[in-house]
Design a protein around this ligand. Structure first.
Ligand SMILES: NC(=O)c1ccc[n+]([C@@H]2O[C@H](COP(=O)([O-])OP(=O)(O)OC[C@H]3O[C@@H](n4cnc5c(N)ncnc54)[C@H](O)[C@@H]3O)[C@@H](O)[C@H]2O)c1
Length: 364
């Protein structure tokens, strides 16, 4: 018997730049990466600035192929991927080419998946244009589409370059802007006291889009997430699942509302319920639950699930789905700020705990 072992590295180094006007350096960065042609796909909502980026890439001596699309959750579909594949193939895509995605999380999830699959994977650059995109979705390498369920088909394919050009945030509608804060607060809770306190001290500046503060929040958020991702990129050890804090209840709320409650708002409510569950199960400090509620509210987010949603029904629907997948659930909870614990338990237990926590939150 012969045995061969090899260490195959599939994780590229990645560079992240955060700041107004950071997209101006894209052409120069691409130049150093042995590419000649750049496929740019942009959300139509940001077409003006996307065309400026295209011009600057061409001024750096690179050829571009450009397309605008209608982004939004409906864009995360197989049809969109087929459209992106065709567009690249018809324009003779080659393995050294780059795909640049300019848009929010929906555009980058789908475009990143197209980059992961065309010619077995070409390099790509992520230019997030929403706060959620900048503070969360732009790193970590999860790409994909909604197929028979949200995010059920996809690939890990990390962008080589990430440019968080905060000037994009100037045109972002208020409600969409605020939704980015739920993932930032989640990262603050997981990261620990320093980041959490910084968020509490700067919530008013963040709400008013004071850019120095926004850039600092994005940087802290991405540094934390990248630290987690480096430990468990493909979610094999399970550690990366701590990033799902608040999301079990959030999915229940989104689903029960028929997806009329947007993800960022559902995560905010989900965080509060799951912090309450953390208090009940792991002794997470009571005053921190109340403090986090206030922080989310200061950032313009709802902290209590709507009364119209029947908690028992909403949780049952989600748990039934989990039950079909093996009967156990991993619930990330917090012992204290910065001390997450992955709680593996039977679905029925998670249902009881979360329902109890949800009802307590409603009673406060
Ligand atoms: N890959 C990951 O790690 C990850 C993490 C979190 C969320 N996500 C995914 O991200 C998606 C949500 O992303 P999102 O919240 O960015 O939503 P989105 O991409 O749908 O953007 C929200 C809306 O804002 C518009 N828009 C975008 N940028 C704008 C700008 N600068 N000015 C004006 N309008 C603008 C878009 O056209 C859209 O209508 C979800 O599908 C979610 O699953 C992925």
């Amino acid at each position: 018997m012969k045995r061969i072992e090899a260490h195959i590295v599939d994780f590229l180094d990645t560079v992240v730049l955060i700041g107004s006007g950071s997209t101006r350096v894209l052409g120069r960065l691409l130049h150093g990466l042995n590419t000649e042609r750049v496929f740019i796909v942009a959300d139509r909502a940001v077409a003006g600035k996307a065309l400026e980026i295209r011009r600057s890439v061409e001024e750096a001596g690179l050829e571009t192929v450009y397309m605008e699309v209608e982004a939004g959750e409906a864009f995360k579909s197989l049809d969109s991927i087929v459209g992106l594949w065709r567009w690249m193939i018809e324009n003779s895509v080659s393995r050294s080419d780059f795909l640049v995605a300019i848009g929010g999380g929906t555009l980058s999830d789908a475009a990143g998946f197209a980059a992961a699959t065309i010619l077995r994977g070409i390099r790509w650059c992520n230019v997030p244009t929403t706060l959620l995109g900048m503070a969360d979705a732009c790193v970590g390498g999860k790409t994909g589409i909604d197929f028979d369920g949200k995010n059920l088909v996809g690939a890990f394919h990390h962008p080589t370059i990430v440019l968080c050009d905060t000037s994009f945030l100037e045109t972002l509608p208020e409600r969409i802007y605020r939704m980015g804060f739920s993932e930032i607060v989640k990262h603050g809770l997981l990261a620990g006291h320093a980041f959490y306190k910084w968020l509490r001290d700067h919530s008013h500046e963040l709400r008013r889009r004071v850019m120095d503060a926004v850039e600092e929040a994005i940087a802290r958020s991405l540094r934390f997430k990248l630290g987690v991702v480096q430990r468990d990129y493909r979610e094999v050890s399970g550690y990366r699942m701590i990033l799902n804090l608040g999301h079990t209840v959030a999915h229940a709320i989104e689903h029960a509302s028929g997806y009329t409650i947007p993800h960022g708002e559902a995560v905010s409510m989900g965080l509060v319920v799951e912090l309450e569950a953390s208090r009940m199960l792991l002794g997470f400090e009571e005053k921190r639950v109340a403090e986090t509620r206030r922080l989310l509210e200061d950032l313009g987010l709802p902290s209590t699930p709507p009364r119209e949603i029947d908690a028992a029904e909403a949780l049952k629907a989600i748990m039934l789905d989990k039950k079909r997948r093996g009967g156990m659930i991993v619930l990330p909870l917090l012992e204290a700020l910065g001390r997450p614990r992955l709680m593996r338990m039977p679905v029925e237990d998670a249902y009881r705990i979360l329902l109890d926590a949800w009802r307590r939150v409603m009673a406060c």
